[in-house]
Design a protein around this ligand. Sequence first.
Ligand code: HEC
Ligand code: HEC
Length: 269
Amino acid sequence: MATGAAMADEDAELVINGEIEMIERTTPPAHLDGALGDTIMSGWIFREDETQAFQMDDFENPAMIYVDKAMDMFETVDGAAGQACSSCHTDVAEFEGLRTQLPRVNEATGKLETMEDIINGCRTGRMQADAWKWSSEEMQSMVSLIGLQSRGMPMDVAIDGPAQSFWEEGKEMYYTRYGQLELSCANCHEDNWGNMIRADHLSQGMTNGFPTYRLSATRLISQHNRFRGCIRDTMAESFAEGSDEFRALELYVASRGNGLSVETPAVRQ
Ligand code: HEC
Ligand code: HEC
């Protein structure tokens, strides 16, 4: 059981631009069965004051430059079909709420789809444009722009019905010990959240802020890139970004944070 809970700033409240109130801590979803105690918490709570402040102000948040770039891309024709995103989607605001549901099972294909999959599906299928690489600046900027439309809304991924087998696969990965260090995701983010690991204050490993802008890397980080980094820290071979394994893991990790609001794009050290 984590002992460092008291280290997480109990008084901090996430209010963006002085107006958008976030649910940065709440009651855990039932499926966690007490594994994280009586409160799930956004990663924002564990960051230093300065990093927190960057995220609370859109004029300070360095990720917003990429959101602006994505807005330009949204309106720019690309690909052989001569279309822009905006040719078919007149207003990005139509994507409000979408981020809270992803990843989800695509009814037509039966596959688990992420925001990256949906965007590339429109690019290749409808625009006849090249697919963007998973963690490319273009892709993560667009993922941020569309995710931002759900900011403040609680995460609410489905884990039953057609999603259940993917969810179970992701859950099994979460508790599998990887690498020479034989550490599972749970060993760090469930058993040791609140404690320090080297210079890092360990969070519960939530994904509600992704893509996150990392000040140390000076760029947007995708969820799969973060998973890869965490697995590499255990000295293990990792799965690839965009792999089915990481899609399943993304669903399971998202479900641990059901109830926390979308903070896209969040800021991290
Ligand atoms: C030729 C028309 C067309 C173009 C161009 C297009 N889309 Fe789509 N897009 C669709 C259709 C049709 C759907 C499925 C129906 C729907 O949900 O609107 C869709 C679905 C989506 C969805 C899922 C919406 C939801 O609520 O499930 C997203 C996100 C999206 N598109 C983003 C984009 C982005 C970003 C671009 C540009 C890179 C783009 N689209 C370009 C036609 C298009
Ligand atoms: C050796 C410990 C360790 C293991 C094992 C580990 N992580 Fe992490 N993880 C960290 C550290 C340190 C950070 C950065 C500080 C933080 O947010 O906790 C981090 C950050 C994260 C974040 C970003 C949280 C945020 O709010 O920005 C996610 C998501 C995450 N990890 C998921 C995972 C998943 C999924 C696994 C298993 C595949 C995993 N981690 C395994 C140490 C670990």
